[in-house]
Ligand binder design. Structure first.
Ligand SMILES: *Cc1c(COP(=O)(O)O)cnc(C)c1O
Length: 223
């Protein structure tokens, strides 16, 4: 078995352990394999091992990498987990099966406009800036419920969930709890939280999607 296939088994086992410890069905946790900055030589072993759900953080990089991979594996699905510029919306809609980074009004309006012009919209997750970090994208937690209601009601956007990236130097559980509360109060299906360093905690706090890169593919080349 390839090293990457072994990593997938190990992560799946951790998910199962964290889920069963609180009586959750591990199959209800989707593993988004974050393949940003990884080349086909690391992504192919994951596809060959049967994995089909991947996350990329740049539209342009995904556009370069995924057409060939998808030609070989047409059922592979791709989530955008990085910031989306409004001038890249059309390209993103052509490529991604979910956009996890709906993080501002301007993008919501651009997505609604693309839909009005005939584009099909994928599942959308609202990114919440739970740590209220100025350098990080996302809706402030106090405004999240109002923003989500606005997107769903006024703009008729298919918002299915929320996602967060906690501050690196803080206890993630606080942020996961904050996000889970927003998900619950809004009655949303998807709760995207947890990365290589903290996904078992996220699973035990109700994550339905975890986004794991390094633990599956190894370290990434620098930007
Ligand atoms: C890179 C990235 C991840 C994966 O991070 P790892 O620590 O490598 O697991 C998850 N979510 C987002 C939004 C990312 O940009």
């Amino acid at each position: 078995m390839s090293e990457i296939a072994e990593n997938f088994q190990a992560v799946q086992a951790e998910i199962a352990k964290a889920a069963s410890a609180i009586g959750r069905d591990p199959d209800r946790v989707s593993l988004v394999a974050v393949s940003k900055r990884q080349g086909p030589e690391r992504i192919l072993p994951a596809l060959q091992a049967g994995h089909r759900l991947f996350g990329e953080n740049r539209v342009q990089e995904a556009q370069g990498k995924w057409p060939d991979l998808r030609a070989a594996y047409p059922d592979a699905r791709l989530h955008l987990i990085g910031p989306l510029q409004t001038n890249k919306v059309k390209e993103a809609l052509a490529l991604f099966d979910a956009i996890q980074t709906l993080d501002r009004e301007k993008l919501a309006i651009a997505l609604a406009k693309a839909r009005d012009q005939g584009a099909a919209l994928p599942d959308l997750l609202v990114q919440v800036n739970t740590g209220e970090e100025s350098q990080k994208a996302g809706i402030a937690p106090q405004q999240a419920e109002e923003f989500i209601a606005h997107c769903r009601t006024d703009l008729a956007l298919p918002v299915t969930g929320v996602m967060c990236i906690p501050p690196v130097d803080e206890e993630p559980a606080f942020h996961f709890g904050l996000l889970a509360g927003i998900q619950e109060r809004c009655g949303l299906r998807d709760l995207s939280m947890g990365m290589s360093g903290d996904y078992p905690t996220a699973v035990s706090m109700g994550a339905t999607m975890i986004r794991v890169g390094t633990a599956l593919f190894g370290s990434r080349p620098p930007v």
